[in-house]
Ligand binder design. Structure first.
Ligand code: KIV
Ligand code: NA
Length: 273
């Protein structure tokens, strides 16, 4: 059964979120029992091959989210608003969010940061019935301005900015807040202060929930080890080995066999000679 916003906000059990970007990913996430699926703009890195999330467009997000929804019709679906789509005023942000909800069947949108501009957007969207998930700590869309993909909240100024940002997002109406790449004790403090759930990635065990990127959790890129992610499978290795085995069998005339071949009656064949 699909979780509702109030249900997610008051859940007793830890919340499980995983990203997905296409129809099979949606199926895997739903059948694997995720409470929430995020169509993250990490799409840019793990699916589209960009070196950042900045080039991802609203149309990219909608295209992929529609496919995820076809595979996961009974799971709460969150879609990232990509870079540049919620920074030019609340009207533009509202239009982008409405497109996502109407065209993909998403249940909520997510956006990064807690600047006054973003807080205005969170306020207007949530007041008008579009659930918003916030995101503080490491924010990949603006990582260049943060000095690269670095752990945030280590010094007092950055820690304070992260705590205040999470609190401000809650006050503006966010129903949950992602904490990315911050010290575990800081995430614990934020989780204790907020009444809405925190969902951590690289933020320790004390968050209300956790999120992992599909490709990280399944080990789809060989050798791409990340401190903040655990690889629960090695599908990249498995895929490479499977394709190499297929290639070897084709080259040796061992595939296909009778198993994969179709038969016809001898008399039909005779008439062709
Ligand atoms: O885009 C994404 O995958 C995310 C998660 C890491 C939270 O924003
Ligand atoms: Na994201």
């Amino acid at each position: 059964m699909k979780r509702s916003v109030p249900d997610l906000m008051t859940a007793a059990e830890p919340l499980v979120m995983v990203t997905a970007y296409d129809y099979p990913g949606g199926i895997h996430a739903e059948r694997g029992g995720a409470d929430l699926i995020l169509v993250g703009d990490s799409l840019g890195n793990v699916v589209l091959g960009y070196d950042s999330t900045a080039p991802v467009t609203l149309n990219d997000m909608i295209h992929h989210a529609r496919a995820v929804r076809r595979g996961a019709q009974a799971t709460f679906l969150v879609v990232d608003l990509p870079f540049g789509t919620y920074h030019t005023g609340v009207t533009d942000a509202m239009r982008a969010a409405v497109r996502v909800i109407q065209e993909t069947g998403a249940d909520a949108v997510k956006m990064e940061g807690a600047t006054p501009e973003v807080l205005d957007v969170v306020r207007v969207l949530s007041r008008n019935g579009i659930p918003v998930m916030g995101h503080v700590g490491l924010m990949p869309q603006t990582a260049t301005a943060q000095g690269g993909l670095k752990v945030q909240g280590k010094d007092e100024e950055s820690a304070r900015r992260t705590v205040d940002g999470a609190q401000a997002l809650q006050d503006a109406g966010a129903f949950a807040v992602v904490l990315e790449a911050i010290p575990a004790r800081l995430a614990r403090l934020i989780t204790e202060r907020l009444t809405v759930p925190t969902i951590g990635i690289g933020a320790g065990v004390h968050c209300k929930g956790q999120v992992l990127v599909y490709h990280d959790l399944l080990g789809l890129y060989e050798g791409d080890e990340k401190k903040l992610a655990k690889r629960y499978a090695e599908l990249g290795r498995d895929a490479r080995e499977a394709i190499a085995a297929y290639a070897a069998e084709v080259r040796a005339g061992q595939f296909p066999t009778k198993e994969q071949s179709f038969v016809m009656k001898d008399d039909v064949l005779g008439k062709l000679y």
